[in-house]
Design a protein around this ligand. Structure first.
Ligand code: ATP
Length: 457
């Protein structure tokens, strides 16, 4: 759909889904605030993920690790020495751009295929010069040389601002799972293979060319780390690829809007890695990653902490440092994909109906309760209060019924319940389906079962 991203940004702002961060101060680049509707959708996405990857998963344990960690963690993980992006500054407008992204966008626009991940800084510089790739902000071609910038946000602990007290906002949640490997294995009597899952904030000092919440400096990751024995790792890697894909299908994604992308250039620790990409309005881009990280992480923490990370197999007596299969997906990046996938415009009775076809399990409200007239409000409130014990519901008596239907279509509410004068006589209501716009009549006593069947994933 043309201008889909602009339409979404506008809808999100006007309908309380997502606002620009620090809005009254003119915003702050790459930060966004979730509004009352957005926080419901995002919480539902996180719940759906947790259900799939913790509640219904074999041998998996959840954690909620601290954002601020001992700095040695980031030395062990390699983030202090090498978590950086190749960036260039525009000498005219002073904005900073990522060299690899400039090249990717240029190739996408010009239908060129290029393995940007595998390019050195020199070859990126040569490419940008050869094709005179201009600053996306001001359109000039006047770059500083490419320099590597570390992506971690630094802060300091205590009152003195010196290097000894330097700490970082975590750039990924994964390390919180690795450093708790021993704690969880012992406290939960976990036997390898087992998983540790976490949903939490991560921070990266990224520059981005926009694209709404696709790439932000503060975001949430949903991560699952599977600890297994070497030799079984590739089977689990393939299993997680499939599970990650199936999860997206269960949220209502069309398979043709998703694809696997195998990494050609691997991080030093990885045996193999792939992304699932989604067809965002700006083109195919990473939605989540699945990595076979070997035993790099646990071995590095063993080295830096001096604590043994080896596992003693109680059945075979073997001792080894487990391999890790990591599956990581950004909750915000998934939220953007969910919104892109759900947004639709239809012509109904000669007018445009904007509708979010969200899967009912992630819809912000499951039900809008709408009295046909104001003097039916006490019955309508009664129905709303009854349903609110089990579902997020909203009550609305303002405007014509048609306008109210449109209001709730726009934020993806799957069911509208109308209270009319018959309701007072026979305790029945009309329930309208957002997608088909069909209406049926149901007894109030049947509503809970009817909705439960539909809104659970
Ligand atoms: P990218 O190549 O897009 O920078 P990445 O490969 O660095 O992503 P990972 O470190 O593997 O990403 O992080 C796992 C997931 O976290 C990504 O697949 C993405 O969904 C999400 N993510 C990473 N960085 C950001 C960000 N700056 N804003 C929002 N989500 C992010």
């Amino acid at each position: 759909m043309e201008n889909l991203m602009d339409k979404l940004v506008a809808l999100c702002k006007t309908r309380g889904i997502i606002f620009p961060g620090s809005d009254i101060y003119g915003g702050m680049g790459n930060t966004w605030d979730y509004g009352p509707i957005g926080v419901e959708i995002k919480n539902n996405i996180k719940r759906a993920w947790w259900k799939q990857f913790v509640q219904c998963a074999p041998n998996t344990f959840g954690v909620d690790a601290a954002i601020l960690m001992n700095s040695r963690v980031w030395e062990a993980s390699g983030h202090v020495s090498s978590f950086s992006d190749p960036k260039m500054d525009c000498k005219v407008c002073k904005s900073r751009s990522r060299a690899d992204e400039l090249i990717e966008e240029f190739c996408e626009k010009n239908d060129l295929s290029m393995d940007v991940e595998g390019m050195s800084n020199e070859s990126m510089q040569d490419f940008i010069n050869a094709h005179q790739i201009k600053c996306p902000k001001c359109g000039n071609f006047s770059w500083t040389p490419i320099r590597q910038f570390n992506l971690m946000f630094e802060t300091s602990r205590g009152v003195t601002d010196d290097n000894q007290n330097k700490i970082y906002l975590r750039p990924e949640t994964a390390q919180g799972e690795y450093v708790n490997f021993l704690n969880i294995q012992r406290s939960m009597r976990a036997k390898v293979p087992f998983g540790i899952a976490q949903i939490g904030k991560a921070f990266r000092n990224e520059v981005t060319p926009g694209n709404f919440i696709f790439r932000t400096i503060e975001f949430e990751q949903m991560e699952h780390q599977w600890f297994c024995k070497e030799g079984t790792d590739m089977d689990y890697y393939n299993e997680f690829k499939q599970k990650a894909f199936d999860f997206l299908l269960s949220l209502g994604f069309k398979a043709e809007h998703l694809r696997f992308h195998d990494h050609e250039k691997l991080a030093h620790y990885a045996k193999c890695a792939c992304d699932i990409q989604y067809l965002y309005p700006m083109g195919w881009s990473e939605l989540n990653g699945i990595h076979n990280r070997t035993n790099f992480d646990l071995s590095a923490h063993e080295k830096f902490s001096g604590k043994s990370m080896s596992y003693l197999d109680p059945f075979t007596g073997e001792r080894y440092v487990p391999y890790v299969i990591e599956y990581s997906i950004g909750a915000d990046r998934l939220m953007l994909a969910v919104l892109c996938e759900a947004y639709d415009e239809e012509i109904v009775d000669g007018e445009t109906r904007v509708v979010l076809h969200l899967h009912p399990s992630i819809a912000p409200y499951k039900v809008a309760v709408l009295p046909l007239q104001k003097n039916l409000s006490s019955k309508a409130q009664e129905v709303k209060d009854m349903l609110s014990r089990d579902f997020m519901c909203v009550y609305d008596d303002a405007g014509s019924i048609g306008k109210r239907y449109r209001r709730y279509d726009e934020i993806g509410v799957p069911y509208c319940i109308t209270i009319d004068f018959d309701t007072l006589e026979d305790d029945t209501v009309t329930i309208r389906d957002r997608d088909t716009m069909q209406q049926i009549r149901l007894k109030i006593s049947e509503l809970k079962n009817y909705l439960s069947d539909k809104v659970n994933l």
